[in-house]
Design a protein around this ligand. Structure first.
Ligand code: AMP
Ligand code: MG
Length: 328
């Protein structure tokens, strides 16, 4: 069975193609870039996605060496995400599904980040740190679903980095740039905000910008910002491990690419006798392959395809999806 997955929840239009054994046959994307100093303008992102859809699909099919007619099922990121962006993907996928007369599976974007992570790292039942632009969640499977053990109460860690990056006038993408600058910095203090199992980053960004404006070296602010935010998530993951008794940690989402974050979680895990692994870069940010693979899992496990007028689910939470394939 060959599934084509379409991802459009935010800045990326991605098409991935995979088979039921988890072989990724293609993974192509085109990312909308806001003008300097701006965040995503949702309607512009939607237009970007509509404009590139045909060509990205064409590239994915040729990378996979198949034609449209070889596709057995389609999958789409149904949510969560920015509504205009979600509509771009849903409209495109629903049309293609009707044209090819193939089922269209609705996939939860956050679940897809976890599933591509499990596929790539071979971790079986991890506590997952899902750290992307908009999301920061500590997730683990129990009783039929991926449950959220802790999450941000305001912005995601990626958005926190991006907001600070914009305030500091750094070039886009801000996360990798801050990582590079932080490598030359030292600790000068930063707030640390863990509330029970939840996290808050927006005040830390304000403080980081204030420190910069008061003349602190940029490298030091970047280092302290990373150290504080990454320690906060590491603390919550450790408590989730202790509570669930699990012994694996999966890092996924765009921020999972950060080497210092990987190192901090690696140290905590080795001290507990647990294992940690990060999703390879190509699959850590938003991509179509993760949607295709999760679409296969959903299809194989009896999830019903979307109907003829599918809705998008902008606020669909990770713990609102049934995960029958994890039951044993
Ligand atoms: P996603 O929403 O999953 O595509 O992830 C995008 C986010 O990942 C953006 O906020 C980026 O700034 C962030 N990001 C990408 N690479 C890194 C990195 N090396 N360190 C920290 N953040 C990163
Ligand atoms: Mg994402």
């Amino acid at each position: 069975m060959i599934c084509a997955g379409i991802e459009t929840t935010a800045h990326t239009f991605g098409v991935g193609i995979c088979d039921e054994n988890g072989n990724i046959l293609a993974n192509v994307r085109d990312t909308y870039k806001p003008k300097a100093g701006w965040g995503i303008v949702p309607m512009q992102a939607r237009k970007h996605h509509e404009d590139v859809a045909e060509s990205v699909m064409g590239q994915a099919l040729s990378e996979a060496g198949i034609s449209e007619r070889d596709i057995d099922a389609l999958a789409v990121s149904q949510g969560p995400g920015l509504p205009p962006c979600l509509y771009a993907g849903m409209n495109y996928s629903a049309e293609l599904s009707a044209k090819l007369k193939k089922p269209l599976m609705g996939v939860n974007h956050c679940v897809a980040h976890i599933e591509i992570g499990r596929l790539m790292t071979k971790l079986k039942d991890p506590v997952t740190l899902y750290v992307s632009g908009a999301n920061t969640q500590i997730i683990a499977y129990t009783a039929g679903r991926y449950r959220i053990f802790g999450e941000t109460q305001d912005i995601g860690i990626g958005n926190a980095l991006d907001k600070f990056g914009r305030a500091a006038g750094l070039q886009f993408p801000h996360g990798p740039k801050i990582e590079e600058l932080a490598a030359k910095g030292r600790w000068t203090g930063m707030p640390y905000v863990v509330k029970g199992m939840d996290l808050s980053f927006s005040g830390i960004v304000t403080e980081a910008a204030k420190k910069l404006n008061s003349g602190e070296p940029l490298n030091d602010v970047c280092f302290s910002l990373q150290e504080s935010m990454f320690s906060m998530v590491t603390e919550v993951i450790e408590r989730a491990l202790a509570h669930t008794g699990k012994s694996e940690v999966l890092l996924t989402g765009g921020v999972a690419a950060n080497k210092r974050l990987q190192e901090m979680i690696g140290i905590m895990c080795s001290e507990r006798g647990a294992k940690s692994a990060a999703v390879p870069l190509e699959y850590s940010g938003d991509n179509g392959a993760m949607i295709a693979w999760t679409g296969i899992l959903a299809h194989k496990n009896g999830q019903k395809p979307l109907g003829s007028e599918p809705e998008v689910l902008p606020r669909w939470r990770t713990d609102e999806s049934e995960i029958p394939w994890m039951q044993r």
